[in-house]
Each structure stands twice: as structure tokens, then as C-alpha cells.
Design a protein around this ligand. Structure first.
Ligand code: PEP
Length: 248
């Protein structure tokens, strides 16, 4: 059985009290959500306090620098992420790719650094609108996986989570249809089977992200190859996030 996961990417939102309150709320509510694992990705600055105040909560970091230490002013190292008790890291989010110019080679380094430090990569992939309009989305997403993820050994690949996030659906209120989501998730699973094995492809959780909310989560999560969601905007409201988590 693949793990069902609902993860909240808080991005650069919330202030101290709001972030701590939301984390506590998710932590308390997670006892009511028994068929899915919940993860939160708060801004760096709140993560150590959230982790120490909510020992049961799964906390990840939205970003890190793939080196142990050194002269990288303003960055947080992967060893520091591990040191504060983070368990997951987002890698390849479209905002990091587009705004911070993180390219395929750098994302590959991040994947390697995360795994070397026992952090679980949540590897994000997804096509921009013009690629979808040109019907090139399958080739595009396959290439993203080939470039930054499929170099891994089967043992390391088994530790990863994949998140399909069509760029045109992120923060736009425009969700992929059930058919679009299922078709891409099924393809991702088939590429994992091609590169590794059918068994491995059946074990890896593939999350959907892009304007997923309490109203559309049920139909998306009902798809055979959708194992949960990576949630942005709707993860900032406790009720909506928990309702999404209860949508399986
Ligand atoms: C995201 O940024 O990962 C995301 C899915 O955002 P939203 O849910 O707001 O579209």
C-alpha cells in the first residue's frame, strides 16, 4: 500500500503567532486524520520552534543549500536542516525554478544532498501553460525527472516522494481536471517502472499540487495514481487543510 500524504507548503506566508498556531492546530488535528500522513513546510525561521513544540508533527523545509557548511551568505545548509529535526525537503518547486533560477543540475545536487543526510525529498515537477497548450507536457515532465531524479539508485529512489504540480495551476485557482491529473500521475508511475521496476513504481507516493482545495480534493484523491496533495494556499487555513486531509 502506498502512503497517502497531504503536505502544506506555507511558502513565505504567516507571522510568528499565526505560524505557531497553525502548526499546533495541524499537530492536534493529525490524530483525527488516520488514513493520511500530514507534513508542513513552514518558513525556515519558524521551523525549529515548530519542531520543538510539536514533536509529533512532520516538518519539512521549503529550501536548503546542498553543501554541509561554508561561505554561502544567507543560505541554510542541508546539515543544518537535519540538525534542527526537519524530515522532508521540497526540491524543484516551480517558484524555486522560475524565480531563483534553480536548474536541473542544481536540483540533482539538492536531491543527492538531501538523501545523503537522510531527509526525504519531495521532488516537484510540472509543465508551464505553453507546454500544456502545445501538448508537450508528458515529454517535458519526463525530462525533468530524467534530469534531476532518475540518476538515483533504486534504493534511493524508493525514499523519494514525487509531486506533480502543473505550473498553470499553482496559485491560480485553476485546478487540473481529474483526467489531466490521473493521466500525468499514471505516466510518472510508468516511467518509474521503466527506469527501475514495476514493484518500485507501485511504492512511490505521487502527490498532486495546484489549487487543490477542500472542494476538489475528494475527486482528485479518488484517482488511482494520485496519492495525496501538496497544498499551497489552502494549507494556510487549518479547517481547509484538515478537510483536504480527510478527503481520501
Ligand atoms: C504549491 O505551491 O505547491 C501549490 C500547490 O500552491 P496552491 O495550492 O496555492 O496552488
Amino acid at each position: 500500500m502506498r502512503k497517502k500524504i497531504v503536505a502544506g507548503n506555507w511558502k513565505m506566508n504567516l507571522l510568528w503567532d499565526e505560524a505557531l498556531g497553525l502548526a499546533q492546530g495541524v499537530s492536534e488535528a493529525s490524530t483525527k486524520v488516520n488514513n493520511a500522513e500530514l507534513i508542513v513546510f513552514p518558513p525556515f525561521i519558524f521551523a525549529p520552534t515548530i519542531i520543538s513544540k510539536n514533536p509529533e508533527l512532520n516538518v519539512g523545509l521549503q529550501n536548503f543549500y546542498p553543501a554541509d557548511k561554508g561561505a554561502f551568505t544567507g543560505e541554510v545548509s542541508i546539515t543544518q536542516a537535519k540538525n534542527i529535526g526537519a524530515k522532508y525537503v521540497l526540491i524543484g518547486h516551480s517558484e524555486r525554478r522560475a524565480i531563483f533560477n534553480e536548474n536541473e543540475a542544481f536540483l540533482k545536487e539538492k536531491v543527492n544532498a538531501a538523501l545523503a543526510n537522510d531527509l526525504t525529498p519531495v521532488f516537484c515537477c510540472g509543465e508551464p501553460l505553453e507546454i500544456r497548450e502545445a501538448n508537450e507536457e508528458l515529454n517535458y515532465v519526463k525530462q525533468q525527472l530524467m534530469d534531476s531524479l532518475f540518476h538515483l539508485s533504486a534504493d534511493d529512489m524508493a525514499k523519494c516522494i514525487v509531486a506533480y504540480e502543473p505550473v498553470w495551476a499553482i496559485g491560480t485557482g485553476k485546478t487540473a481536471s481529474v483526467e489531466q491529473a490521473e493521466s500525468m500521475h499514471k505516466s510518472i508511475r510508468s516511467w518509474i517502472a521503466e527506469h527501475y521496476s514495476k514493484e518500485l513504481s507501485e511504492e512511490i507516493s505521487i502527490l498532486y499540487g495546484g489549487s487543490c482545495n477542500a472542494s476538489n480534493a475528494k475527486e482528485l484523491f479518488a484517482c488511482e495514481n494520485v496519492d495525496g496533495g501538496l497544498i499551497g494556499g489552502a494549507a494556510l487555513q487549518l479547517d481547509a487543510f484538515i478537510s483536504i486531509a480527510q478527503s481520501f
